[in-house]
Design a protein around this ligand. Sequence first.
Ligand code: NAD
Ligand code: WQD
Length: 338
Amino acid sequence: MNILLAGGAGYIGSHTAVSLLDSGHEVVIVDNYCNSSPVAVKRIEEITGKKVISYDADVKDNVAINIIMQQNKIDCVIHFAGLKAVGESVQKPIEYYRNNIDTTLTLLECMRENGVHNFVFSSSATVYGEKNPIPYIETMERGRCSNPYGWTKSMMEQILEDAAKADKNLSVVLLRYFNPIGAHESGRIGEDPQGIPNNLMPYIAQVAVGRRDHLTIFGQDYATPDGTCRRDYIHVMDLADGHGKAVEYAASHKGCEVFNLGTGTPYSVLEIVRAFEEGNGVRIPYEFGPRREGDLPEFWANSDKAQQVLKWKPVHTLEDMCRDTWNWQKNNPNGYNS
Ligand code: NAD
Ligand code: WQD
């Protein structure tokens, strides 16, 4: 299939591009590089030995997306192009609603105009909100989100459900990611946050490489086994593999279907720090700080549906996640600007 990756130069998009190309698909990337680098596209080509058509364009730009769809016979769209920093979304809600929702609407309009019927969406465990019991399962109602970023995902899920209800030719797959970490085993692509990392694993990796002197662990008095928060970390290449399965599912079904992509096994912040230290033979100095606003004590996925329906199975261990993160970071200490 020929797959349009909106936001395909970013962290998850670039790994998915490699996985899809390795499985024999073709990809077209459109990205405005607001949170990524064109170097990532070169690296995708380098890893796979395949040429990738890419466009520097805003996914909100109807004219540009229409032209891209006219120039390339697209079978499926995967929509990664979102702003994703939770804290920033509280400061800049209008920018988050505008970017995340407009990109989705533009893609849907252009798909309709160009006869493209398959859509895979990067959603998030955050849509389960604050009250659902764990583990999260797809049959639960979406919950109240604690920040505008989460609400954009929840609203976009609703928009996509409604679009699929109205257009019987449309197939939508909503993928709810848990906590993606790790990198491609080559160490040539990986997560490259701008500024101070918001997320745990990139922060640890930057401490390990000497860009930051210590990690602050947000809270040590949660009602969890060691007092630190627990999350369902998933290797980004397992997540990427899930997209290939979702694309195939979309091409052979109509309507809207939702899948959790997580491993189902939670790890605490302290367990992640120890696994990174032991697996990579490095030390991560840390101190405890106050809880971070909006953090839930723990959550993880029930991923039976993806395993049964998509025949998807995460295969990477926490050790793999730590090793591959470090391989990327030590070879690219300043990310794509190294
Ligand atoms: P990322 O920031 O690395 O990738 C997003 C890409 O989209 C970037 O390359 C960015 O430049 C591009 N982009 C954003 N707005 C755009 C626009 N208007 N036009 C063109 N390009 C645009 O983030 P990621 O971690 O790869 O996440 C991909 C998607 O998955 C996002 O939608 C994110 O919300 C979602 N998600 C991520 C996580 C996570 O922990 N990384 C978890 C759940 C869901
Ligand atoms: C993990 C744990 C922190 C940094 C976020 C979004 C979520 C999804 C994935 C997109 C937490 C702790 C972190 C640090 C720390 N994204 N931590 N020190 O919060 O589970 O999920 O990314 O959809 O929507 O909210 O991930 O990596 O930020 O945090 O102690 O410097 O690490 O408190 O317990 P989170 P995270």
